[in-house]
Each structure stands twice: as C-alpha cells, then as structure tokens.
Write a protein that binds this ligand. Structure first.
Ligand code: DGY
Length: 329
C-alpha cells in the first residue's frame, strides 16, 4: 500500500458521470471527489468540497461566483463545465483569479438542433395534446379540423442567434420547405447568411414576420428578458415560440399571458425559470405549451463525449497543456 503513488491532483465533480470519464481522471493521477445526489449541490457544500481542490467539474446547475471563489482558497486552477452555456459562471471573478475555464462547444450542436426540431414539431402539431386526447377518450372519429396546427411548409422561420446551434437548426429545417428563414443576431453574419441562404433582419422584423420563432442564442445581459410583453404583442397570432437555449431570455410572466390570451399559437420550452419548474406552475396547465426537462443535448453519445471533453479540459489545464476547449474571454 505504501508503494502506491499518492494522487498528484484533486478534482471535485458536482454530478454523477460515467466510469469511463472518471477513469481518465484517475489514470492521470487525480483524486476524484463527487456529489452524487440527484439534486444540485447546495452552495455551502460546494464551497466546503472545493476547498483545497485543483479542479472543478461542474454543470449549468452550479453557480460559480465571487462568493464561492473567495471562500475556496487559491489552489483552484481550472473550472470545466459540462456544457456549452456558461451563464452560470462569473467570468470576471474567475479570470481575475487566473483560473482557466473549459466548456463543451461543438459536440452537442447536432443533438441540440435535433431536439429543437422535435420540440418544434411537437408544439406546432400538438403531439402531447393529441396523445392525451387519445388516452382520455376524446378521439371520436377522424375530423377535418381536429388537432390541427400550423405546418412548416411555406412558413417563415425566425431564428434568434445564429451560432453553431442556430445554423444547424436552419440546415435541418430546410427540407421541410419553409418559404424563408430569417434570423436576428447582434453581429453581422454575412458568410453564414450566404452559405445557408438566410436573411439577417432586425428584431422587430423577426417578431413581425415569423411563423416560428426559435431561440438559440446565449443568455447575456443583452438577451435577458429579450422576449417581454412588447415582443409577444408584435408576434403573429399563429406564431409558435420555441426555446432551447436559456429560460432567462424570456420574461416568463409575459409568455404565460401571451399563451393564455392566445396572442400566439403555442410555445415549446426545453428551458425555463426556475428549473425544475414547480409542479403547480401555470405553464404546466396550459394546453398550448409543451415543456421538456432541459434535454437538448441528451443524446447518449453526446453526453458521453461532453463528459470526456470536460475531463480532458481539466487534465490539460493542470498539466499546462493546450485545452481541447478552453473558453477564452
Ligand atoms: C448546455 O450545454 O449549455 C446545455 O444547456 C446542456 O447541454
């Protein structure tokens, strides 16, 4: 036993990950500590567990802010999140402490775009409502206008944010033959627009012209509550609103009002505030709202790959080697 080499480094993982990813850490001589409860780790526990560790493997459930960082000491060298989104990380406070950041862009693009399409179709064609109707004995006969919803063919698709996921959504939706795909982005996206044959428009035009509005942008100070009362009031009555990015981009009270008063046709949400949504929340009562539990990237291979890149980010950072996916800010 004495002969056994003592681990050189230590990592705290805030969630259960597969053995394969953990083995990569152990093989690289890491002492692995983990939080295994299904609920996110409370802040105080995170602070306690992180003390004296070299690395943090976290998820979007874990808010890493000045309070956490100022209490865990100075040993922490890298924070790697198993996500492409990083709105849960306080970048400024991490960077001033010279802590490296790892994340997982790219790997989950296809899986998330797939789920976005699935959610869009489930919302517009009312799949869950229809399925419930079957189970509740409400299916009397084939009827011309029963359980109808807007089709994609000939429609205008509006994408908010034309990053990796937004572009992939555009590619996937094209074979459904929309009339046009427009997008809103704060930066000029000439190359992408040309290659994909998309039209960049201002926010007002996107709201006014779109039959489907799909949110794929990141949550930032600029996009927080971008979809408020005013935005919903400008949308078409038949508009289908899809969000697979972050709940904070939507003023949820405004969305509830819009759905209740049929200001828009329906909404499909994979993300919301808070997550999980309380069981008595109004959104869960609305027939024209489809709610999923933040499963955008939940393709088996994708999640395995995300965990692997996250541990590789940690190992590379600790060894002072180039990280596979470092977030440079
Ligand atoms: C992300 O990666 O940011 C998603 O929300 C989870 O895959």
């Amino acid at each position: 036993y004495d002969m056994e080499k003592k681990p050189d480094h230590s990592v705290f993982i805030t969630t259960k990950i597969d053995e394969e990813a953990k083995k990569i850490l152990k093989d690289a001589n890491f002492d692995v500590h983990e939080w295994t409860a299904p609920e996110p780790i409370p802040k105080n526990n995170l602070i306690r567990e992180l003390e004296g560790k070299d690395a943090l493997f976290c998820t979007l459930n874990d808010k890493v802010d000045d309070e956490v960082l100022s209490k865990v000491g100075t040993k922490l060298k890298v924070i790697a999140t198993m996500s492409v989104g990083y709105d849960h990380l306080s970048l400024k406070d991490i960077k001033t402490r010279n802590i490296k950041i790892g994340y997982t862009p790219g790997i989950l693009t296809e899986a998330t775009a797939e789920l976005t399409l699935a959610l869009l179709l489930a919302t517009s064609r009312r799949l869950f409502e229809a399925n419930n109707a079957v189970k509740n004995g409400e299916w009397h006969a084939w009827a011309p206008y029963w359980m109808c919803g807007p089709g994609i063919k000939g429609s205008t698709i509006g994408i908010v944010g034309l990053g990796r996921i937004g572009q992939q959504v555009a590619r996937l939706i094209k074979p459904f033959n929309p009339k046009s795909i427009i997008f809103y982005s704060r930066s000029l996206k000439e190359v992408q627009s040309k290659i994909l044959n998309l039209v960049q428009v201002d926010f007002e035009t996107l709201l006014k012209d779109s039959d489907f509005i799909i949110l794929t942008c990141a949550l930032t100070d600029e996009t927080k509550n971008l979809f408020n009362d005013k935005a919903f009031s400008k949308m078409k009555k038949n508009a289908v609103f899809i969000n697979t990015s972050r709940g904070g981009i939507v003023d949820q009270g405004a969305l509830v009002k819009a759905l209740k008063s049929n200001l828009i046709f329906g909404a499909g949400l994979d993300v919301m505030t808070p997550e999980p949504l309380p069981l008595n929340h109004e959104l869960l009562q609305l027939k024209n709202c489809v709610i999923l539990p933040h499963i955008g990237s939940a393709a088996i291979q994708t999640r395995q790959e995300m965990a692997k890149i996250t541990v590789q980010n940690i190992i590379a950072a600790i060894k002072d080697e180039p990280m596979p996916s470092e977030l440079i800010v």
